[in-house]
Design a protein around this ligand. Structure first.
Ligand code: TEU
Ligand code: CA
Length: 539
C-alpha cells in the first residue's frame, strides 16, 4: 500500500518510466497496453521502484508516439479504457507503487477538437486564438511568419488553406497551444483535475520550458539540439521564458489542494542552474537532469555535473534527479559502447558504425551503480534494468519517428530505444505479446536479455538493479567527495563509500572495506576499469 502520510516520498524516489506501446501487450495485437502493464506490475515491485511514470496513452494519431494528444482526458482504444487505467492505479497502489502520468501542454495533435475548430474558423477568431496563427511574410504571405525551425527538422510553421500559418515546434501534426490565452489555462486545469480525481500521484510535464514564447515571436535562426544554452549571448525566444513560472505556480496550487503529495516533474532540456529555477518553492517538485544524461564516460565531466546539479538544487531546497536513458535517447548500454560523443536522438542504422556491446554494457552497469548511489531521485527507463541495448539495425521501412521523414531520411530518430521488451525466451515475441509480430520488430537475440533469463542469476544486470535499488534505501546523508586517483570518482554517504573507476587501470580499495555492491567482477580489493563498487568502510 501507499503510505499517504509520506509527504516527502518524491525526494528520494526511484521512478520507472513505462513506454506503454512497448512494455507488455495483453490482447495479442502487437502493441503494449494498460492491461498488459497491470499484469506485469509485479516485476516492478520486485525491482523495488517507488513510482512509475507512464508515457502518453491518450487518444492520438500516434504521429509522435502519442506526444500528439487528441484528447487529454481519455484512454486510446489501442491502450484500453478508463476502467483499465483505474485498475492499473489500484493495483500499483496495492503494491506500494505510485503512478505519474504524462502531461503534454506545449502542443496537441491536429486531431484535437480545439485545433479542428480553429482550422474551421476564420482568422482572428477566438478558436484560432487557442493556438499561434499568424499571417505570413512576403508579398502574398507565402513565407512563414518567422524563421523558427521545428525540433524535428524543417520549418516550425505550416500554412493552412486560407493562407494563415500555425506554429509547431515539433511535427506539423503538433500545433503549439497559445499559453497567453486564459482559455488554454482553464482547459489544462480541467485536465489536471481529471487525472488527480482518478488518484494519480503526479505529472511529468513535457517540454514545459517552451510553453511561453517571447513577445512578437522574434526570429531565431538556430536549431536546438540537447540542453538549451544562450547563443551569441541571447536565449532562444521559444525556451525558458520567464512567463512559464507563473503557470507552474498555478498548477502547484491545484496539486496541493489534493489529498496526499502529488508531484510535478519538469521535462526541460536546460542547464542545472536554469532547471533549478523551475523547482523553486511553490513551483514544480522535480526536474529532469539532462545535463547528467548528456555527459560522456568521463570522470571529470560527470563529477562536475554532480557538483553543479546538487549545488543548484540545494540553493532552492529541491532534490536533484538523475537519469541516463529515456524514450528519446540512445540507450546508455549502447551509448557508452562508442568512443567519443554520440548524437543522442539521431538513431543508428545497420550501415552505421556499431557500438562495442560488451564495453557499453560494462560501462552502463557502472554508470547505473554510480547514479543509484547519488542523493535525490532517480529515473529508470524500461529495459535498462535488463541491460537492453539500443536496436541499431532496425530496417528503415519500420521507422516511425517523424524526424526520419521530416529530415528527408537523414536522421533515423528514436525508434531504436522504443522496441518492445523481452520477458521470456520460448514464447512469441519473447513474452511481450501473444503475437509473433510487434509494432517495432525485436532483435533476434532479445531472449538473452529477457527478464526470465536474468531472474535469480547473481551477476545479471537485473540482479544488479534489484540489489542497488534495495541497498539505496539505506544510503542516507549528503554526498562528500573523497580524494581519488585520476579518472576515479569517489564519495561517501554516511559509512558507505562509492568508487566509480572510469580510468583504464584497476584501483585498490582501502584495506578492511566490505564490498556491498559491485557492477563488475571485483578481485579481493581491486576494482577493475569501468566498474563501480559500494563498500562499507572499516570502523
Ligand atoms: O521531448 C522533448 C524534446 O524536445 C527533446 O527530446 C528534445 O529533442 C531535446 O530538447 C533535445 O534537444 C518530448 C518527448 O519526450 C518526446 O518524445 C516528444 O517527441 C517531444 O517532447 C514532443 O512532444
Ligand atoms: Ca495490445
Amino acid at each position: 500500500m501507499i503510505d499517504s502520510t509520506d509527504t516527502e516520498w518524491w525526494r528520494t524516489a526511484a521512478i520507472y518510466q513505462i513506454y506503454p506501446r512497448s512494455f507488455s501487450d495483453s490482447n495479442g495485437d502487437g502493441t503494449g497496453d494498460l492491461a498488459g502493464i497491470t499484469a506485469r506490475l509485479d516485476h516492478l515491485a520486485t525491482l523495488g521502484v517507488d513510482a512509475v511514470w507512464l508515457s502518453p496513452f491518450y487518444p492520438s494519431p500516434q504521429n509522435d508516439g502519442g506526444y500528439d494528444v487528441a484528447d487529454y482526458r481519455n484512454v486510446a482504444d489501442e491502450f484500453g479504457t478508463l476502467p483499465d487505467f483505474d485498475a492499473l492505479v489500484a493495483r500499483a497502489h496495492d503494491l506500494g507503487i505510485r503512478v505519474i502520468v504524462d502531461l503534454v501542454p506545449n502542443h496537441c495533435s491536429w486531431e484535437h477538437a480545439s485545433f479542428r475548430a480553429a482550422l474551421a474558423s476564420a482568422p482572428g477568431s477566438p478558436e484560432r486564438a487557442m493556438f499561434h496563427f499568424r499571417d505570413g511574410r512576403g508579398t502574398d504571405g507565402e513565407l512563414p511568419p518567422n524563421d523558427w525551425q521545428s525540433m524535428f527538422e524543417g520549418p516550425a510553421w505550416t500554412r493552412t488553406p486560407d493562407g494563415q500559418w500555425y506554429l509547431h515546434l515539433f511535427d506539423e501534426s503538433q500545433p503549439d497551444w497559445n499559453w497567453s490565452n486564459p482559455a488554454v489555462r482553464a482547459d489544462f486545469e480541467q485536465t489536471l483535475r481529471f487525472w488527480l480525481d482518478r488518484d494519480v500521484d503526479g505529472f511529468r510535464v513535457d517540454v514545459c520550458d517552451a510553453m511561453v514564447k517571447a513577445d512578437g515571436l522574434p526570429d531565431w535562426p538556430y536549431p536546438t539540439k540537447g540542453v538549451v544554452r544562450p547563443i551569441d549571448g541571447r536565449m532562444p525566444p521559444m525556451w525558458d521564458q520567464e512567463g512559464i513560472h507563473e503557470i507552474f505556480r498555478e498548477w502547484r496550487a491545484v496539486l496541493d489542494s489534493y489529498e496526499g503529495t502529488r508531484i510535478l516533474c519538469a521535462e526541460a532540456w536546460l542547464p542545472p542552474e536554469r532547471t533549478a529555477r523551475i523547482v523553486r518553492p511553490g513551483e514544480m517538485h522535480q526536474a529532469f537532469n539532462f545535463a547528467y544524461l548528456e555527459q560522456q564516460w568521463d570522470a571529470t565531466a560527470i563529477r562536475d555535473t554532480i557538483e553543479t546539479s546538487i549545488s543548484s538544487n540545494d540553493a532552492v531546497g529541491a532534490p536533484t534527479t538523475w537519469v541516463l536513458s529515456n524514450h528519446d535517447v540512445m540507450r546508455h548500454a549502447s551509448r557508452y559502447g562508442y568512443d567519443g560523443p554520440v548524437a543522442l536522438e539521431s538513431g543508428v542504422g545497420a550501415d552505421d558504425p556499431q557500438p562495442d556491446r560488451a564495453l557499453g554494457l560494462r560501462r552502463a552497469r557502472a554508470a547505473t551503480a554510480l547514479m543509484l548511489a547519488l542523493p535525490g531521485s532517480a529515473y529508470i527507463y524500461q529495459g535498462e534494468e535488463l541491460g537492453l541495448p539500443e536496436s541499431t539495425d532496425l530496417p528503415d521501412e519500420v521507422r516511425q519517428d517523424p524526424v526520419w521523414e521530416r529530415s528527408g531520411h537523414r536522421i533515423r530518430g528514436r525508434d531504436g530505444c522504443r522496441v518492445p521488451l523481452p520477458w521470456t525466451v520460448s514464447a512469441p515475441s519473447f513474452g511481450f505479446s501473444a503475437s509473433e509480430t510487434t509494432w517495432l520488430p525485436q532483435a533476434a537475440d532479445f531472449g538473452n536479455f529477457a527478464v526470465a533469463t536474468q531472474d535469480g542469476v547473481p551477476d545479471s544486470t537485473l540482479s544488479l538493479y534489484r540489489e542497488a535499488l534495495s541497498l539505496r534505501r539505506s544510503l542516507t546523508g549528503p554526498l562528500e567527495f573523497s580524494e581519488a586517483p585520476a579518472d576515479v570518482i569517489s564519495f561517501t554517504r554516511g559509512d558507505v563509500r562509492v568508487v566509480a573507476n572510469i580510468s583504464t587501470s584497476p584501483v585498490a580499495l582501502q584495506a578492511g572495506s566490505e564490498v556491498l555492491l559491485a557492477s563488475g567482477p571485483v578481485q579481493g580489493l581491486t576494482v577493475p576499469a569501468d566498474t563501480t563498487v559500494w563498500v562499507r568502510l572499516a570502523s
